[in-house]
Write a protein that binds this ligand. Structure first.
Ligand code: G3P
Ligand code: CA
Length: 256
């Protein structure tokens, strides 16, 4: 399976396909996720919001405007209305007919064979999203990360703490920008409920990566856009590299 592959002969770093293989296919669609697996990514990253009728769906923006044929807020449309929109055409005519996936469809297609990194997007705008996602994982017996390979991440720490209370066996990731400001005191607090700190690449030092790891957490860096950036982060000891192009990281493996 994709999960069994390695990049550099060790388990590190994992290739995390950011919104799927979103350089090659429309982001956050089944096409992008299948492409990621085909390209050998170890993990699929995806973004989750709730529809008007409370269904978890996979889309990055708060509005459907940029990535679909429709207009309006995800929170203002029912699941049925969202499913009528085309989520592939904006990217390339060959992807016409792609739909906004439900989280259920992604889980039922890829878990637990392929690891998923699920981001809760702006969870405060979607009251009940933690309960909805927790319920879906629980009813599929995917709430134990050791066997499901699922990690849930967000910028919103209180939302993640809520989720961790609902699902104590689930691995949690904290998204951060400016990770260089993190100090041991804060890291120790975060480590009480989180397993990953996932920082943006800008200004991220080897020292900070090591400090996070010394506090018992892993580091998945985003958003890696070139082989040079990937090589620097691998050298710095990152556990995972989030990228829209899983391919270039594989091309590095012989040089590591
Ligand atoms: O996974 C990290 C990254 O996804 C956060 O940024 O905007 O791509 O969701 P964004
Ligand atoms: Ca994301």
């Amino acid at each position: 399976t994709a999960g069994a592959q390695t990049v550099s002969g060790s388990d590190k770093p994992l290739v995390v396909a950011h919104r799927g293989a979103s350089l090659h296919a429309p982001e956050n669609t089944m096409a992008a996720f299948h492409k990621a697996v085909e390209m050998g990514a170890h993990v699929i990253e995806l973004d989750v919001r709730l529809t008007k009728d409370g269904i978890p769906v996979v889309i990055h923006d708060a509005k459907v405007n940029r990535t679909t044929s429709g207009k309006g807020k995800v929170a203002g449309l029912t699941f049925k209305q969202l499913r009528e929109l085309d989520a592939g055409l904006y990217f390339h005519p060959s992807f016409a007919g792609e739909r906004i996936p439900s989280l259920a469809e992604v889980l039922d297609t890829f878990s637990p064979v392929t690891r998923l990194l699920i981001e809760l997007k702006d969870p405060k705008q979607y009251p009940g999203i933690e309960k909805a996602v927790a319920g879906m994982l629980k009813e599929r017996s995917l709430d134990n990360s050791a066997s499901s390979g699922i990690v849930v991440q967000s910028f919103d720490r209180s939302s993640l703490q809520k989720l961790k209370e609902l699902l104590p066996q689930l691995s949690i990731g904290i998204l951060v920008t400016g990770a260089g400001k993190l100090r041991t005191r804060e890291l120790k607090k975060i480590a009480q409920y989180a397993d990953y700190i996932n920082p943006s690449r800008k200004g991220l030092s080897t020292w900070t990566i090591r400090l996070i790891q010394a506090n018992g957490m892993k580091v998945y860096v985003w958003d890696i856009r070139s082989e040079r950036q990937a090589a620097a982060m691998i050298k710095a000891g990152a556990d995972g590299i989030m990228t829209k192009n899983p391919e270039f990281l594989h091309s590095l493996k012989n040089r590591l």
